[in-house]
Design a protein around this ligand. Sequence first.
Ligand SMILES: Nc1nc2c(ncn2[C@@H]2O[C@H](COP(=O)(O)OP(=O)(O)O)[C@@H](O)[C@H]2O)c(=O)[nH]1
Ligand SMILES: [Mg+2]
Length: 232
Amino acid sequence: MTVSDPAQSVGSLLPAADAKSAMGWMHTARFLTTAAQLHQLPTVEVPEIAFVGRSNAGKSSCINTLTQQKQLAFASKKPGRTQHINLFSLGRQNLTDAVLADLPGYGYAAVSRSDKMRWQQVMVNYLVHRESLTGIVLLCDPRLGITGLDEALLEVVRPRVEDGLKFLVLLTKADKLTRAEQTKALSIARLQTGGGEVRMFSALKKQGVDEAALLLWQWAHPEAQAAPDASA
Ligand SMILES: Nc1nc2c(ncn2[C@@H]2O[C@H](COP(=O)(O)OP(=O)(O)O)[C@@H](O)[C@H]2O)c(=O)[nH]1
Ligand SMILES: [Mg+2]
């Protein structure tokens, strides 16, 4: 199975999206497939954006909020899929123009050491070798900050980020922090990620949702950014 690039048929001069159309685009997300290993994933010829983070960081809530669909991350919770890479297609039917990848959360204490090692290997394999991988969204609970496991993941993807892989850190559950705590959490995370893109996000209060959707749309449609701004 191959998900091919619709760019040829759509044409390359896409108008730049606003937050509303980016949210509409996110809402088109639908389950594509699930796999336990990198080699079982279909070849994807459109940009693929992976969501990663510690278990309980708020990844499912974030994906549900961004796609405005309760049942989507539920697909990842089906028995047998919790340790799988789950792919979701984005774009109008038959015009898939991006894929979201939901990677299992790491750092869950109640998992055996051998399961952790096996999963780490799948994750590293995916992050290092997945050809269609265009961007990564790392979700962190700001009350924990960027932990050792998150840093290990950052280390794994560093060469690809230096090579142009897009990267966004979302500090989740912003509603649990005061304004001052949010500002502080942002500065610390920016320092820890070497000045990378870091934003606050709350699934509960819908904070940072439009901004994240717009950024992901731009990652998936780099050709649109280069197009002249009609409103200028
Ligand atoms: N207050 C608050 N709680 C959240 C938010 N996002 C997730 N949570 C809670 O954090 C816990 C873990 O969320 P979940 O999305 O399942 O995390 P995952 O394990 O990373 O997929 C759940 O109890 C959620 O209700 C948020 O924006 N605000
Ligand atoms: Mg989850």
